[in-house]
Design a protein around this ligand. Structure first.
Ligand code: SF4
Ligand code: SF4
Length: 175
């Protein structure tokens, strides 16, 4: 029998539960265009504003502003319809790359949880799965951090929107 690669079963499990989908500026632009909504309304309806607290070497901390996809009270993405994505053609980059995002490669507990939830991963031949996070993923995060630095970490200015007070979350809370 030939080795099986990863084929998403479209079960929607990865669109529910704990965890956050980070939205980069280009994701907000694409979702707003897809929904034919102003950027401000898109952010108001579908995103939450967080400051991610990241430990750095030497005991210091880095604080990065992000928008994340909003979920309902059952921790389900607001765009999930039955088991499918209502904005499939404009879904955020993190969703397009799921399950092969950074946590898959550097967080054993996260990967173990996902293996339990994701039928496609369980069915796939482990040798067929990627061994490291994609270059596009790493590049996107570097570009975002550069953009933040260039704009004094002012996400409102970058997106030309008004944001509410952010919620502080520790990077460890995401795993
Ligand atoms: S949990 Fe796995 S199979 Fe289900 S939608 Fe997500 S990636 Fe696809
Ligand atoms: S945007 Fe679509 S793919 Fe991403 S979590 Fe929501 S429903 Fe799932």
């Amino acid at each position: 029998m030939p080795a099986k690669g990863f084929v998403c079963r479209r079960c929607g499990a990865c669109c529910r539960g704990e965890g956050s989908v980070f939205l980069y500026p280009e994701d907000i632009v694409a979702i707003a265009a897809h929904l034919a909504l102003p950027r401000q309304e898109t952010v108001d309806r579908y995103a939450d504003f967080v400051i991610l607290e990241i430990p750095e070497e030497g005991g210091s901390w880095l604080y990065l502003p992000y928008l994340v996809l909003r979920k309902d009270e059952a921790h389900t993405c607001l765009f999930l319809r039955e088991r499918l994505c209502a904005i499939h053609d404009a879904k955020p980059a993190q969703c397009r790359e799921t399950p092969f995002v950074a946590e898959f490669f550097d967080d054993d507990a996260w990967r173990a949880d996902l293996l339990r939830a994701c039928p496609a991963l369980r069915e796939a031949d482990p040798a067929s799965l990627p061994a490291a996070v994609g270059l596009a993923t790493a590049d996107r995060d570097h570009r975002y951090r550069d953009l933040l630095r260039e704009h004094a970490y002012d996400l409102e200015r970058i997106l030309s929107v008004t944001l509410p007070a952010p919620r502080l979350i520790a990077a460890a809370e995401l795993s």
